[in-house]
Design a protein around this ligand. Structure first.
Ligand SMILES: N[C@@H](CCC(=O)N[C@@H](CS)C(=O)NCC(=O)O)C(=O)O
Length: 204
């Protein structure tokens, strides 16, 4: 039975669509649409998983949430040749793991806080400054890393690049890569990949 990915429009779930296409694993995408006013997922997603968020992966009777967990699950089951993740004894493995999880942690959180505080009209003052400082720190760390390595895990493209892509695309759309040439060059390189372009055709 093919894997089923519950995908929400304009969401982080794009990362898993991209990863599935890079892996070449047969899958079905079930599209869900955000509420136009609240931007929340439709209530029927809660019938699949209590959190009602996307991405959600179904594999037969298994339902799994959380982008990092879905990524590790897919790679454990469908990347035995380690095309998209380094072997545990590779020197690239710790760095790979850090970026896979930073994508939803240290990298994503300041962007999300900026979105929420912006919606609440908090655009200046100590909280806004703290969030801007965190975003700048994270952006500087990414830039320094990509100045030394062609991809997040080192010399080759991995799932860590798929996971980091969403936040970097959003940062670029907000003009945040103006002084980040290495990050911009990485973005141009990975978004030229056929699987990324195929993701745009189905995953937006
Ligand atoms: N930590 C989760 C976050 C999932 C998440 O919050 N997804 C958003 C889409 S970007 C969502 O479903 N939002 C709609 C809602 O919360 O109703 C992950 O890594 O997958």
């Amino acid at each position: 039975m093919a894997l089923k990915l519950h995908h929400l429009n304009a969401s982080r779930s794009q990362r898993i669509v991209w990863l599935l296409l890079e892996l070449g694993v047969p899958h079905e995408i079930i599209h869900h649409k955000r509420n136009e006013t609240t931007r929340l997922a439709p209530p029927d997603l809660k019938k699949i998983h209590p959190l009602g968020k996307s991405p959600l992966l179904e594999d037969g009777s298994v339902v799994i949430a959380e982008t990092g967990a879905i990524t590790e699950y897919l790679l454990a089951k469908h990347d035995s040749g380690h095309k998209l993740h380094p072997k545990p004894d590779s020197p690239d493995f710790p760095r790979y793991l850090e970026w896979v999880h930073a994508a939803e942690g240290a990298v994503f959180l300041p962007g999300l806080l900026a979105l929420y505080t912006g919606m609440a009209g908090i655009t200046e003052g100590p909280v806004a400054q703290m969030i801007a400082g965190e975003r700048d720190k994270v952006g500087g760390y990414i830039e320094a890393h990509l100045s030394k390595h062609p991809y997040f895990a080192g010399d080759t493209f991995t799932a860590a690049d798929c996971l980091m892509g969403f936040q970097i695309v959003m940062t670029d759309a907000q003009g945040g890569l103006a002084n980040r040439p290495a990050t911009k060059a990485w973005l141009e390189k990975v978004t030229a990949r056929p699987a990324y372009k195929a993701m745009l055709a189905v995953g937006v």
